[in-house]
Design a protein around this ligand. Structure first.
Ligand code: PLP
Length: 443
């Protein structure tokens, strides 16, 4: 490419960032300085033609990769046929077909139904509404470090203060929080082994001190916490929640917005613990980056409210539904779960070696391909690596052509959400870049 053309392209990139700085609310975070031109599978290119390996996958929305031919074809066909009526106004077959796929994906003999929305947060809100209406109770319990979205109810449910909640109160009433087992950082004096029992006991204490179990409509939990830092709860915790919900007729809402669609090696992360949700919240990779989310659950709960109480103008938009059907087909035909397993093995083994090699890696952890590195100043004290240093590592990765994002309540966790369709060569190259950057940082 000629240098004049390159300069022109650079200028247009800068213009895009200048325009962003001038006209886009700075409350909308910018995790990188990349201005994207196009993308294919796990690679994205900026306006300058520079290639990046994508370990962020649109924050976990692209488990089947960028620009999959089946997704493009579904979108093109649908765009030419119908883009919107609102499902309330006139039915179209794909909405119910997506709901059927979702219901059949729940390994339960209890009849299931679903409803479609636009974002993860909107689906969470609706799951809470459904649980309240069905139980005729009001209290909802969420967990420490949880992330469920950015609407006011979701903010209230979140177990993280900084950036997400500060300055946005007062919050919605009727929400209580119980501790979540974070094995790397257990409360002092507790071993990770005792965490399950501790957390379940604390939940029971909440029912004695704050709100009774028989006033509790729902518990809402991520089977592996996403924004919280890819925290995998201790064995038995989710099963314990299931038992407590059964004992007190409480609706168990499992939020798989980030962990679903094969990310952990099983279609749903809850399958690892052999439990079933009463309501499941789904989003992100359901429609390969098109806005679509869902609540799927026991028919008696899904059917409880009157017609008109659930839904919205755009929920289950025809373009998003056509894409979701293509996503299901890709999962069925291309053995994505097997691919997730192989990614998990590669990333886990490299991350475990990084943990041994680098003084700043406190823990390598995760479930399936949902893997993370928690960065610390000191392995003994576990003092988190300051956020500005984590940012520096991410920026160095970006310079070398790897797009990576962070998570965690201390902003010190590097997480991997690469497409599950990533080419093994790109996966290795991305991991090599990260290793190089960590090496330079630790010099
Ligand atoms: C577990 C979980 N729930 C809900 C949400 C909110 O989804 P959305 O950003 O689509 O509203 C997220 C987003 O990251 C999430 O990770």
């Amino acid at each position: 490419m000629g240098s004049r053309l390159k300069a022109q392209i650079r200028a247009s990139e800068n213009t895009a960032l200048k325009q962003r700085a001038k006209f886009v609310s700075s409350g909308v975070a910018a995790y990188s300085s990349i201005v994207v031109d196009h993308a294919q599978n796990a690679l994205i290119w900026d306006n300058d033609g520079k290639k990046y390996i994508d370990f962020a996958g649109g924050i976990g929305a692209l488990n089947v990769g960028h620009g999959h031919p089946k997704i493009i074809s579904a979108l093109q066909k649908q765009a030419a046929k119908l883009t919107h009526t609102s499902y309330h106004v006139a039915s179209y077959p794909d909405y119910a077909a997506v709901c059927e796929k979702l219901c059949r994906a729940i390994p339960s003999s209890v009849p299931q139904k679903a409803a479609l929305f636009n974002s993860g947060a909107e689906a969470v809100e609706n799951a809470v509404k459904l649980a309240r209406f069905f139980t005729r109770r009001s209290a909802v319990i969420s967990f420490g470090y949880a992330f469920h979205g950015r609407t006011l109810l979701c903010l209230t449910l979140n177990g993280r203060e900084k950036v997400l909640k500060s300055g946005f109160g007062p919050f919605a009433p009727g929400i209580y929080r119980a501790p979540f087992p974070y094995p790397y950082r257990p409360p002092s004096g507790l071993s990770p082994k005792n965490l399950t029992e501790y957390c379940l006991e604390e939940l029971k204490r909440l029912w004695k001190t704050e709100i009774s179990a028989d006033q509790t409509a729902a518990l809402i939990v991520e089977p592996v916490q996403g924004e919280g830092g890819f925290i995998v709860p201790t064995p038995g915790f989710l099963k314990g929640l299931r038992e407590l919900c059964d004992a007190h007729e409480i609706v168990l809402i499992i939020d798989e917005v980030q962990s679903g669609f094969g990310r952990t090696g099983k279609f749903w992360a809850f399958e690892h613990e052999e439990i079933l949700p009463d309501l499941l919240v789904v989003g992100k990779s359901l429609a390969a980056g098109m806005p679509l989310s869902a609540v799927v659950g026991r028919s008696e709960i899904m059917d409880a409210p009157p017609a008109g109480a659930i839904g919205g103008t755009y929920g289950g938009n025809p373009l998003s539904c056509a894409t979701a059907l293509a996503v299901f087909e890709i999962f069925e035909k291309e053995n994505i779960l097997k691919k997730a397993e192989s990614i998990a093995e590669t990333v886990q083994s490299r991350f475990n070696s990084f943990e041994k090699k680098f003084s700043i890696i406190g823990e390598s952890r995760g479930l399936g391909a949902m893997r993370a590195l928690e960065l610390v100043l000191d392995k003994k004290t576990k003092a988190p690596l300051p956020a500005n240093q984590v940012k520096q590592i991410i920026a160095e990765c970006e310079k070398k052509g790897l797009l990576l994002i962070k998570a965690g309540i201390f902003d010190n966790v590097l997480r991997t959400l690469m497409p599950l369709t990533i080419h093994p060569k790109d996966l290795t190259e991305g991991l090599n870049i990260l290793e190089e950057v960590l090496e330079d940082f630790c010099l």
